[in-house]
Design a protein around this ligand. Structure first.
Ligand code: PAP
Length: 369
């Protein structure tokens, strides 16, 4: 389907939706107007963030706890071993605050991922799906003027900076994201006896993750050898690693609570994005109606968030995203394919990483046949 047809479909669907739900959302609400009129979320995070919440680094409160943890310096990052995972040093104290004080709303959705496994795409797809009837004029959709990372707050940085008050400014339902494994999420989110909230996880072939991570890190460390990073990944001592324990934590949670945790794979999204957008919409409590299906709303979301579309947007070609290690926005859109590892690894390296991961996944349905 061509882009123009898809965008028209999105427009038609938006009109259908706005009639059906009798919403009074303006085409392009300003943040203040949105708050004042109690417009429901999600709204772009940067639009709501008026810069009035001061930084109060969580390390000021939990610096002693962080200093006592085992540490390693890998690939330009200071890492600390916290509850079985190598977290970037500057995230640990924030994680403690997140675990102890985060108060989820029942309709929150947390998007979770290991870095470089599809975070940006999942953020775009979830945001576009949840806001599909708020912008009847598709040309005004926030994803055309904002990077997905600017639309959805990154909890790990927000809590590290002690700026969690920013989250309270977001109208419900809120979309947020984290790189933390499921076992490190707050009890208030995952506990069996609490209302909690929903979590969507995306995973990816670890071989493609390493390649993507290497290209990403090289934007800051041009000399970083691929073989060095590969070794760290195989050892599990890389940011938020080991990746196998990260994936397993969400896999197990998705089996135990399929109503609360949705487990997605980057490669499956590439194969049939529409099918997974429907799944995502249903899981988040916003299934596509027959009228929307007929009007091509799913295709509209898929096209808006497609790699080609996002990579081509001016907003994603310039500037930077991310508070801590602000990275150029274009570094989040490289190739967007599966299997690029063949261009970077020897067959021996690929077999080695596959075997490490297969061994860790043994006994679960994640183990390759
Ligand atoms: P993050 O965890 O640091 O936010 P993340 O978005 O997970 O990064 O990783 C970027 C990868 O997703 C890149 O993969 P590559 O290096 O193998 O190319 C990037 O190209 C890919 N990506 C970003 N946006 C999309 C998209 N819309 N569709 C498909 N892949 C995408």
């Amino acid at each position: 389907m061509s882009g123009s047809v898809s965008l028209r479909s999105l427009e038609h669907t938006a009109l259908l939706c706005s009639r059906r739900r009798v919403r009074t959302v303006s085409l392009f609400p300003s943040p203040m107007a949105a708050m004042a009129s109690n417009t429901s979320g999600p709204v772009p995070f940067t639009d709501v963030d008026d810069g009035t919440v001061p930084k109060r680094p969580a390390k000021e409160e939990f610096g002693g706890l962080v200093a006592a943890l085992p540490r390693k310096h890998q690939a330009g990052l200071e890492l600390r071993l916290y509850q079985g995972f190598w977290l970037p040093d500057h995230w640990v104290a924030g994680t403690v605050v997140f675990q102890r004080r985060f108060a989820p709303r029942p309709d929150d959705v947390i998007l979770a991922s290991y870095p470089k496994c599809g975070t940006t795409w999942l953020k775009a797809l979830a945001f576009a799906t949840m806001t599909r009837d708020a912008y009847p004029a598709p040309a005004q959709h926030p994803l055309l003027r904002l990077n997905p990372h600017d639309c959805i707050p990154f909890l790990d940085e927000i809590f590290a900076d002690g700026q969690e008050a920013k989250l309270e400014k977001l109208p419900s339902p809120r979309l947020m994201n984290t790189h933390m494994p499921h076992t490190l999420l707050p009890e208030s989110v995952t506990g069996a006896a609490v209302a909690g909230c929903k979590v969507v996880y995306i995973c990816r072939d670890p071989k493609d993750m390493v390649v993507s991570l290497w290209h990403f890190l090289r934007r800051r460390q041009p000399e970083l050898p691929f073989a060095e990073l590969f070794e760290h990944v195989c050892d599990g001592a890389v940011a938020v690693g080991p990746i196998w324990d990260h994936v397993l934590s969400y896999w197990r949670a998705s089996l135990a609570r399929p109503d609360r945790v949705l487990f997605l794979r980057y490669e499956e999204l590439l194969q049939d994005t529409g099918k997974h957008v429907r799944k995502l919409a249903e899981f988040m409590g916003r299934p596509f109606s027959p009228a929307e299906e007929g009007a091509g709303a799913v295709e509209g979301v898929v096209e808006l968030c497609s790699f080609e579309k996002m990579k081509g947007l001016e907003v994603n070609k310039k500037g930077s995203a991310g508070a801590y290690h602000a990275m150029p926005r274009d570094s989040f859109f490289r190739k967007g394919v599966a299997g690029d590892w063949v261009n970077h690894m020897t067959p021996e390296m690929a077999t080695r990483l596959d075997e490490v991961v297969r061994d860790k996944f043994r006994g679960t349905a994640l183990a390759a046949p």
